[in-house]
Design a protein around this ligand. Structure first.
Ligand code: ME8
Length: 497
């Protein structure tokens, strides 16, 4: 039986269009999904949209539309963006779908029936744009600590979920499972939060009279579900929770949830406790990456400083964007987005290293062997090929597996570029034109054959990261003959500033 792998992105708010930040998480998830598929796993890759809550209601009102009409207009824009970025998701969940609403209502009813929910009075400071309640200590000067806008005082009767009951269990669970929250810095952050604070019970409803756009509580139609409680359950509703036991057993809990650090607390505190309460295991891994910034600021819709991934694709191509985002910044740290940095990667790693290797190899094969691919005789390879190329060819899959297990995209890519570098060096030290001059045809055949083998390995291993480039290379080195096309990455001449 195949092993299963489930990977998710956050479900994005649809009060704006996707930007580079959303594309980043989604590309990372896509890369993992493609990698695992390639290694024979049964993969379920989920993305989707978070469509309830005050933020969406407000955005719809501003456009003079009902919330559903508003979200229905935005969803195709998300799907188009993901299509353009070659995102190979298996499922796209919308929180307005019946399958999700049923799952949320089942969840709530179960919690109520087993005594985990109670009706109480809520008084709090609420940030409308962020949809988050803050304590007085957090909302310094009456401002939301995240977006720095004014918070509102809200008093109302609501349902609460007893998080506090599960605090000790959660702390112990995190301590005993070192790989559950990554990177390490985020794990430590959650651990100190849990050690230093007593969890307050979570207010999981909103009065319908104040905020009507949400999933009604099955036992109290005067209330709708708090949007975060609703949203987190998407990871289960996509698996057919609670009815589809087969799918659930197959993919839960072998899941990696990807997101940025802004929504770490909801995923590492609320979510595992919610799961525990309904008798399910926590997810295998929660990985919170860093933020793409523009200058000193986080890139975000509300700050209006976003880079549209579609514009970037039009200018540089999909694979260049994918490569840049995964290669430039360690997954887990913040990074500053700049076109200059992208062009530098393009001209260096892509044009000079990869593009040149492919083009030179195909050109030589065309010139020396009329595009026919010579046979490889491993036993008579020269010392450089045996010592520098063969071990790399053999070790790369394992190195990539190990690196991607840790979501270390850079190390995975570096192992591919290590082989690219070695192959380029091989061309320089071997000087094939001399082999030709000296009529050393066997050596020349082996030289080209091993380089083509290198390209094959590169195309295979690069596929999860740069699917278009990988297929182009594969097509160029067909079965018996090569088909040299144009250079893959013609250098970009930088404009003078
Ligand atoms: O939080 N850098 O949705 P959202 C990197 N609906 N990643 C970024 C980013 C940036 N500057 N900006 C956004 C929500 N992201 C909820 C999620 S899940 C059950 C509910 C990415 O539209 C990153 O993945 O605000 C971040 O966590 C997510 O978009 C937030 O998306």
């Amino acid at each position: 039986m195949n092993k299963s792998f489930y990977v998710t992105t956050p479900i994005y708010y649809v009060n704006g269009l996707p930007h580079i930040g959303h594309a980043y998480t989604t590309i990372a998830a896509d890369c993992l999904a493609r990698h695992k598929r390639q290694r024979g796993f049964d993969v379920y890759f989920l993305t989707g949209t978070d469509e309830h809550g005050q933020k969406i209601l407000k955005a719809a009102e501003e456009k003079g539309l009902t919330p559903l009409a508003f979200v229905d207009q935005i969803i195709p824009r998300f799907k188009e963006a993901w299509k353009k970025l070659e995102i190979s998701y298996d499922d796209f969940i919308r929180t307005t779908e019946p399958r999700h609403i049923q799952a949320v209502q089942y969840f709530l009813q179960k919690l109520l029936d087993q005594g985990d929910l109670y009706l109480g009075q809520y008084k709090g400071l609420y940030c409308v744009p962020c949809e988050v309640f803050w304590t007085e200590k957090q909302a310094v000067g009456g401002l939301c600590p995240d977006c720095h806008r004014s918070v509102e005082v809200i008093k109302e009767s609501n349902y609460f979920f007893q998080l506090s009951k599960y605090q000790d269990w959660l702390l112990k669970y995190i301590e005993e499972h070192p790989d559950f929250i990554a990177p390490e810095s985020r794990r430590n952050e959650v651990l100190s939060f849990l050690k230093e604070n007593k969890l307050e019970d979570l207010c999981i409803s909103r009065p319908q009279a104040r905020m009507s756009w949400g999933i009604p509580l099955p036992f109290s139609p005067d209330h709708v579900t708090y949007v975060w409680f609703d949203a987190l359950i998407n990871y289960l509703s996509a698996l057919g929770f609670p009815k589809d036991e087969e799918k659930l057993n197959k993919f839960w809990p072998s899941v990696v949830h990807l997101m940025a650090k802004d929504i770490l607390r909801q995923h590492t505190v609320f979510w595992p406790i919610m799961l525990k309460a309904v008798g399910l295991n926590p997810p295998n891994k929660i990985f919170a990456h860093g933020w793409w910034q523009v200058g000193e600021e986080k890139m975000s819709k509300s700050r209006g400083n976003v880079v549209n991934p579609l514009d970037l694709i039009d200018e540089f191509g999909i694979d260049v964007c994918r490569y840049f985002l995964l290669r430039e910044v360690p997954f887990g740290l913040d990074g500053v987005f700049s076109k200059d940095a992208l062009i530098k990667r393009f001209n260096g790693d892509l044009a000079n290293d990869l593009g040149n290797l492919v083009y030179r190899t195909l050109t030589m094969d065309e010139k020396y062997f009329d595009s026919k691919i010579p046979l490889l005789h491993e036993e008579s390879l020269d010392a450089f090929a045996r010592q520098e190329l063969l071990p790399k060819i053999k070790n790369i899959p394992c190195k990539i597996d190990e690196a991607l297990e840790r979501l270390d995209f850079i190390t995975a890519l570096e192992s591919i570029w290590g082989l690219i570098g070695a192959a380029n060096k091989y061309i320089e030290v071997t000087k094939p034109w001399n082999l030709k001059k000296e009529n050393k045809i066997k050596e020349l055949e082996n030289f080209i054959a091993i380089l083509i083998e290198v390209l094959r390995v590169i195309a295979r291993e690069l596929l999860p990261f740069m699917p278009q480039t990988a297929s182009k290379i594969t097509a160029q080195i067909g079965s018996e003959h090569v088909k040299k096309g144009d250079p893959l990455f013609p250098r970009i001449v930088e404009e003078k500033k």
